[in-house]
Design a protein around this ligand. Structure first.
Ligand code: PRX
Length: 583
């Protein structure tokens, strides 16, 4: 059984954090229960996050308000009100019910940033299903691992993405239905035998759907996240996470009813669901969805054209904008921007200072993770921003720094970053891996896997990861996943993967490879291996660099010593090598 602090009476044990700014002390009287009251329980009882994001605004008379402005990658534009959003998601919920979807069934969504991605996500949640978002740049291996592990029964995708992963589908026997979305007839691919057409399902489904009475404890969303060892595991969140997503939308992103909000994260990652779906829409805010990729001019065009007021983005993107320089800033009208925030990696102080110069305001860094489900600490709108710091914990959340024995350290001392369990958006388990989940809790703390220190004013400062997980452009990459892909290549005997510091992406994935007898370490093979990993995994996860070594350093028990590979790569002291295998 997963360790379950949520069922303890934490909901009434709200504690005001010391040193919070005035606006926050004004919220002293709030407990999590008070915040629940700002959300709507279902008419017959129960809590559903999608009902709170979509339907309730219609019930409350805001059906004509714009929920979504979609800017397609080919210049298309579509706009949807909350009423239309309710109808589309309701149709899809009806379609799923007619396919026999049961409460708790996993529905995986392998789509680009299309309006339909949001319709099917909300529809699934309203129908009581659990959504599993998949990053559309994934190659076949990550998709196969996630479908197999979760036992997903329904996959929703497009003709082109389906083609990319066709080979792995027979290996996913739990899949009952594949639903294909052919947005505006973009693809000429015929529907594969047995697949269902989204457009056909929607054409015959009624728009009226009475939300399934999920409880706040029902599972809603699972996101796969990487660790040091093993394949990525599915962090599962419950409907109740919505309360923290809603309130941090207000507290940490300063969302207000009149805002035009843009979150640049893809819904394949947790920021793209918690803050690209739940936070803005539960707050009744209009959100811009941009299907295209990064480009300084393209991005500034979005802010300029749609008069974006609140912008939530990531440090790598900010660094790329810095590199693009001042000219594209000058050629756009960006003065509608009222609040900018960033997450996912350390935001360097220079980026905050640059943001201040370009946009006349600070970029507000905040910190959280897939497992936390929502923002945990932040530089708030009302508080002094300390460039380089991730800010202070939100009300009701206690964070700390502990030593290797999980005992508290005083301010200024670096150690493991930990959180007191029991916040509403806390993950409830790793899917089918309760033991691993339980191992993340020590001496009454949740161990985040990060290291940091806290200053005497309660601001937290990120230091690094306590494990081998690589953070490249805000994407966590487990070295094991990349090593496993590489050793499937016939030339590769062993592979060791590390994160190598990079001025833009924070880290890039670097692999060290030893070859099987008969293979030569040529430039051509290096390129072939990179290509091989890109096709299997995705460009975001595959190694950017590969070095050939005659053999890899291993412990006597045969484990590749990534730490040593990294120290050698960076020219750092090699540390304790007493467990190193003799050559
Ligand atoms: O190492 C921390 C880093 O990103 C990790 C969480 O990544 P993920 O689970 O993919 O969740 C992404 C949603 C935020 C953290 O354990 N990280 C996140 N925010 C920051 C950060 N590192 C430094 N500063 C941050 N503000």
């Amino acid at each position: 059984m997963p360790y379950d602090p949520i069922s303890k009476p934490h909901l009434s044990s709200y504690k005001v954090q010391p040193n919070l700014p005035d606006w926050d002390t004004a919220r002293k009287s709030h407990s999590w229960w008070d915040i629940y009251k700002e959300l709507d329980w279902l008419p017959g009882g129960g809590l559903n996050n999608a009902y709170n994001a979509v339907d309730r605004h219609v019930v409350k008379g805001f059906g004509d308000k714009l929920a979504m402005i979609w800017a397609g990658k080919n210049g298309e534009e579509e706009r949807y009100t909350f009423r239309e959003f309710m109808e589309h998601s309701g149709k899809f919920a009806n379609a799923l019910s007619s396919l026999g979807l049961k409460r708790g069934d996993r529905v995986f969504i392998f789509l680009d940033r299309l309006p339909e991605n949001y319709f099917v996500s909300m529809g699934t949640l309203k129908a009581g299903g659990v959504i599993g978002p998949l990053f559309s740049a994934f190659g076949p291996d990550p998709v196969r691992d996630r479908l197999q592990d979760s036992g997903a029964t329904i996959l929703i995708t497009t003709p082109d993405l389906r083609k990319k992963i066709a080979a792995i589908l027979p290996g996913c026997p739990a899949l009952k239905h594949i639903i294909i979305i052919n947005k505006n007839g973009r693809s000429k691919e015929p529907l594969a035998g047995g697949d269902l057409s989204y457009e056909a399902l929607m054409a015959k489904a009624p728009a009226d759907f009475k939300c399934v009475p999920t409880s706040q404890y029902d599972y809603a969303i699972m996101h796969y996240t990487s660790g040091t060892t093993g394949k990525p595991k599915g962090a599962v969140h419950r409907h109740q996470a919505v309360i923290q997503q809603y309130i941090t939308g207000k507290w940490c992103l300063d969302l207000r009813k009149e805002d035009i909000y843009w979150c640049t994260a893809d819904p394949g990652w947790v920021t793209g669901t918690s803050y690209g779906m739940m936070a803005p829409w539960t707050n009744g805010v209009t959100q811009v969805i941009y299907e295209g990729g990064f480009g300084a001019n393209g991005w500034y065009d979005i802010i300029d054209k749609y008069k974006v007021t609140v912008w939530y983005t990531a440090p790598t993107a900010v660094r790329m904008l810095m590199r693009a320089g001042e000219a594209p800033v000058k050629s756009h009208k960006l003065d509608t921007l009222r609040f900018i925030a960033s997450v996912g990696e350390p935001l360097n102080p220079e980026a905050v200072v640059w943001g201040n110069r370009m946009f006349k305001q600070a970029i507000h860094d905040n910190w959280w993770q897939t497992e936390t489900g929502a923002i945990m600490c932040a530089n708030y709108a009302s508080m002094e921003v300390r460039p380089g710091s991730m800010g202070r914990p939100i009300p009701g959340v206690e964070m700390g720094i502990v030593d290797d024995n999980f005992d508290p350290l005083p301010p200024g001392k670096p150690g493991l970053l930990v959180v007191r369990p029991g916040w509403p958006a806390m993950f409830h388990t790793y899917w089918n891996r309760d033991e691993m989940y339980n191992s993340r809790f020590k001496k009454g703390w949740y161990i985040t896997g990060d290291t940091a220190h806290m200053d005497s004013d309660g601001y937290f400062w990120f230091q690094g990861r306590a494990d081998d997980v690589i953070n490249t452009a805000g994407h966590l990459v487990g070295p094991f996943e990349v090593e496993s892909a590489l050793i499937e290549h016939p030339a590769v005997a062993e592979a060791g993967v590390i994160g190598k510091p990079d001025p833009i992406a924070m880290e890039v994935v670097k692999a060290f490879v030893s070859l099987k007898p008969g293979f030569e370490p040529t430039e051509q093979l290096r390129r072939e291996l990179i290509q091989f990993a890109r096709q299997k995994l995705s460009a975001a996860v595959a190694p950017r660099e590969i070095d050939f070594l005659a053999s890899l350093p291993k412990t006597r028990s045969g484990k590749i010593m990534r730490r040593l590979l990294k120290a050698r790569e960076l020219g750092l002291p090699e540390g304790d090598t007493s467990t190193l295998e003799d050559d």
